[in-house]
Design a binder for this molecule. Structure first.
Ligand SMILES: Nc1ncnc2c1ncn2[C@@H]1O[C@H](COP(=O)(O)OP(=O)(O)OP(=O)(O)O)[C@@H](O)[C@H]1O
Ligand SMILES: [Mg+2]
Length: 243
């Protein structure tokens, strides 16, 4: 079962101890995962297709139940999906961010101020009235992040947020998240397949078949990731069969 309590150190933003999860009662997908992500850092989560990255990040967001172990994530937390069209629900930019503040006891002016400051942080100031459909993919992702900023999230979980973006928007989005981490002390966990993004991270976690096979600095994790990719290529080409 999940025990959500603050670990000893206030410097920790995310802490898992022996966490397991299965889509069915008899098979575990995530198998006794333990990890610690310090506050105010940008970490990346990597691993082959189907290794359990999205499942893990959903579990951290509280969207899936923990079957065993303990899980702590500092709150409030924000979640950014791969496809922003699955996330932005209101017709205009300002309305969407204001909607994310629904649960907070704020008056009209406080909401306006939060929305405006959040848009400023992702360089979309003044776009409150812009219809969502008139935004580029990168701008939509920035609106999703602005929603988390407006809610004053301490942790931001991003599941392949640049997968649908061109290289320029990809680097721009990563730059904004890096800035949020550096300037506002936010903690971000970013799922990616893109090795060029790894260079911007403070740390990386590598998943394989639902187990953590490495966590540490991006430099230290790089050989492991290359090794995994070589293995995957050989499997795909039939060089490594299961029998
Ligand atoms: N709703 C679900 N019900 C049952 N099984 C699921 C469900 N969602 C995912 N799975 C399975 O869990 C495993 C891990 O999936 P997950 O989406 O976490 O992988 P991933 O590492 O995010 O992969 P990718 O890199 O392709 O996004 C896969 O075998 C997948 O089929
Ligand atoms: Mg995924």
């Amino acid at each position: 079962m999940s025990i959500v309590q603050n670990p000893q150190s206030s410097e920790v933003a995310i802490a898992l101890r022996e966490v397991s999860f299965g889509w069915s009662a008899d098979t575990l997908l995530l198998d006794r995962l333990s990890l610690t992500i310090p506050q105010g850092q940008l970490w990346m989560l990597l691993g082959r297709n189907g290794s359990g990255k999205s499942t893990l990040i959903r579990l951290l967001a509280g969207l899936l139940p923990v079957a065993a172990g303990t899980c702590y994530v500092a709150e409030p937390l924000g979640f950014v999906f791969q496809n922003p069209d699955h996330q932005l629900v209101m017709p205009s930019v300002g309305a969407d961010i204001a909607f994310s503040l629904n649960g907070e006891a704020l008056n009209y002016w406080q909401v306006r101020e939060r929305v405006s400051a959040a848009l400023q942080a992702v360089n979309l100031q003044g776009l409150e009235r812009r219809p969502i459909y008139a935004l580029s993919g990168g701008q939509k992702q920035r609106v999703a992040i602005a929603g988390a900023i407006a809610r004053q999230c301490r942790v931001l979980l991003l599941d392949e947020p640049t997968a649908l973006l061109d290289p320029e928007s990809q680097q721009e989005l990563l730059g904004y998240v890096r800035q949020l981490v550096n300037r506002q002390g936010m903690t971000a966990l970013w799922v990616t397949h893109r090795l060029d993004e790894l260079a911007q991270a403070d740390g990386a976690i590598v998943l394989d078949h639902g187990k953590i096979i490495g966590q540490g600095t991006p430099q230290a994790m790089m050989p492991l990731i290359y090794q995994q990719r070589t293995l995957a290529t050989h499997e795909d080409s039939g060089l490594l069969g299961s029998n």
